[in-house]
Design a protein around this ligand. Structure first.
Ligand code: KG4
Ligand code: ZN
Length: 330
């Protein structure tokens, strides 16, 4: 029986493949991270990312099929990230999917990476109580969405400039903390006081985000102070991020009837963000859903799950030339 979707993800710096059934059960999920490739550059180096995807994508697929112990006859469709993302890395995944689709005579469905993230909390088991507010905070994205159900998604706001993860990474670099900066900034912040009043752009208006002003303020502060306390800078930066994220979540929950708040993306690993969200949800009597980090960060299982949505919505099969054309949407 053809009851599995093969998901492929290669939009940034993780090469991933997964096999997922219609209920979101994960038969196998393989992810090859490129952190060490990009570490010397303090951020993702697109050309090297593309080359690493070329090297890793077939081994990742092979490993996925071996782990799940399934044959090609059990695969119903191939879902592949079509964007947004880095064009070179995306093309590696898309062309691999197109080749497999032709070879195995399977439909290939181009999936929006963000839809994958928004659905990731329901992998393995249906964790999300709908209607829900979803906050996606990663290195590439900062997005607030309302989900009436698994497939009724409404975008509420996104960032006008940098993503939260980018701001963490840049501040980490300014403080000499290496790459990725997020976890190190969090750790340092715990040893400092949030006594520096950095700006909180767009705090009081709407559901859009902006982080570049905050990032520049940290840079200016470090340039102007003769002996700045790095601990206090980290703590004050984290406090500004928390204030911004929680204010937007509070507003989104107030304006859109919701029974839960879901936080996904790599930045959701932050203990400070988890604690602040837990406090907010307790106060508003809303359920907080924090899926395991293996699903909250980039992975191919979320792409496969979103592919099932397209199948259920009867938006398939998408012919392969359409997948190619849809890249220019981003
Ligand atoms: O979702 P993700 O793993 O990858 C993509 O963006 O595609 O997110 C990575 C981002 C990086 O910017 C990293 O610094 C940040 O998540 N991050 C954190 C923490 N752990 C990872 N940011 C804040 N606190 C953390 N503990
Ligand atoms: Zn992502």
């Amino acid at each position: 029986m053809r009851n599995l979707v093969l998901g492929i993800e290669s939009s940034c710096d993780d090469t991933a493949a997964a096999l997922v059934d219609a209920n979101g059960a994960v038969m196998a999920s393989v992810k090859v991270a490129q952190t060490e490739v990009h570490r010397p550059y303090g951020g993702v180096y697109p050309e090297l990312a593309s080359r690493a995807h070329v090297a890793e994508i077939l081994p990742a697929l092979h490993q996925t099929l071996l782990t799940a112990e399934v044959s090609v006859e059990q695969i119903r469709a191939i879902g592949v990230t079509r964007g947004p993302g880095l064009i070179g890395p995306l093309l590696v995944g898309l062309n691999t999917a197109a080749g497999l689709g032709l070879g195995w005579n399977l439909p290939v469905i181009g999936v929006n990476h963000l839809r994958g993230h928004l659905r990731s909390a329901d992998l393995e088991l249906a964790r999300v109580k709908y209607p829900a507010i979803i906050l996606l905070v990663s290195g590439g994205h900062t997005i607030l969405a309302h989900m009436e159900s698994q497939t009724a998604i409404r975008l509420l706001g996104t960032t006008r400039d940098d993503s939260v993860g980018e701001a963490y990474d840049k501040v980490g670099r300014m403080l000499g903390l290496g790459y990725p900066g997020g976890p190190a900034v969090d750790r340092l912040a715990k040893t400092g006081e949030p006594c520096i009043r950095f700006p909180r752009p767009m705090l009081d208006s709407g559901l859009e985000f902006s982080f570049s002003g905050l990032k520049s303020a940290v840079s200016r502060y470090l340039d102007n102070e003769s002996d700045p306390s790095h601990e206090d800078v980290a703590a004050s930066f984290v406090q500004a991020v928390l204030d911004l994220l929680m204010a937007k979540c509070r507003r989104a929950l107030a304006e859109n009837p919701s029974v839960s708040l879901v936080i996904v993306g790599g930045v959701a690993a932050s203990p400070q963000i988890r604690a602040a969200a837990s406090e907010l949800c307790h106060e508003l009597e809303v359920e907080l859903c924090l899926p395991p980090l293996r699903w909250a960060t980039d992975n191919a299982a979320m792409i496969a799950l979103a592919t099932w949505d397209y199948i259920r919505l009867d938006q398939w099969p998408r012919p392969i030339p359409d997948v190619r054309l849809s890249l220019i949407d981003y």
